[in-house]
Design a protein around this ligand. Structure first.
Ligand code: GLP
Length: 251
């Protein structure tokens, strides 16, 4: 595991975008695994900027998203499909048939089969990742096992509360989601993991500091990944003592 400490969130986001762009410079038809939430917003801003300036080309990419809320129409402003279109897809010339996101209003079982088929047939060249306050990755909530494939998950109250800031009320936050399993995430060849803000300290300490891997804090499984780069700003890094095996680079 490699840890890059930057001066600011914007610097972290720019660096993440650069790492993803590099994958596409080497392989224009690469498959990228994408994430939602507030954290990746500036990563997508810099990817769009690189595309517009001709410094990167994502138009031949295939993309697969980690998750989607069950019950939200792709046109709903809080759906992850809407988020991805607004922040990235509408600006990079990616073909609609190369975009894989579970559809929140289709039969979940059918969507799970569709998403798992894509993962079985394609290898993710790079996965962009962030983390929830409770250590969830995608929507893999703390639990007893690490799920392998896409599955339906019941969201914890902590996640619903934390994500309610983007909805008009807590009641509107869906109770279930479809998410890629930890197995799918771990099979990505490269992981670019971005985090910022003191509310992520609990999760980031568990991931970066000495300690065991546990499904109670799903992000800890990244300790086992062979090519995972974690990018955080110094505000957050200051409060973390990385484990001895973590290679630390300061920007
Ligand atoms: C959601 C997503 C996660 C994301 C998390 C953190 O729960 N399913 O993939 O990592 O939000 O979001 P934020 O970046 O807004 O803190």
């Amino acid at each position: 595991m490699k840890l890059i400490v930057t001066h600011s969130y914007e610097e972290s986001a720019a660096l993440s975008a650069q790492m993803i762009s590099q994958v596409f410079l080497e392989k224009p038809e690469a498959v990228m695994g994408l994430a939602t939430g507030t954290t990746p917003v500036s990563v997508y801003k810099y990817m769009v900027k690189a595309q517009k300036e001709g410094k990167a080309d994502f138009s031949r990419a295939q993309s697969i998203n980690l998750d989607e809320y069950i019950g939200l129409d792709p046109e709903n402003v809080n759906s992850y499909m809407y988020f991805m279109r607004e922040h990235l897809f509408n600006h990079i010339g990616i073909l609609p048939e190369n975009i894989y996101i579970p559809n929140g209003i289709m039969n979940p079982d059918t969507e799970i089969v569709r998403m798992n088929r894509f993962l079985d047939e394609n290898s993710l060249d790079v996965q962009l990742l962030s983390v929830g306050t409770n250590g969830h990755i995608g929507f893999n909530e703390p639990g007893e096992v690490f799920y392998d494939k896409y599955h339906v998950v019941e969201l914890t109250e902590e996640t619903r509360r934390s994500n309610s800031r983007l909805f008009s009320s807590l009641d509107e936050v869906p109770r279930e989601a479809i998410t890629m399993g930890a197995g799918g995430i771990m099979r990505a060849q490269k992981i670019v993991f971005l985090a910022t803000g003191s509310e992520k300290l609990y999760a980031m300490k568990a991931i970066l500091e000495e300690g065991n891997v546990t499904p109670q804090i799903p992000g800890t499984i990244l300790k086992f990944h062979r090519d995972c780069t974690i990018i955080i700003d110094e505000m957050l890094a200051r409060q973390i003592t990385p484990a001895s095996g973590v290679e630390v680079v300061h920007c």
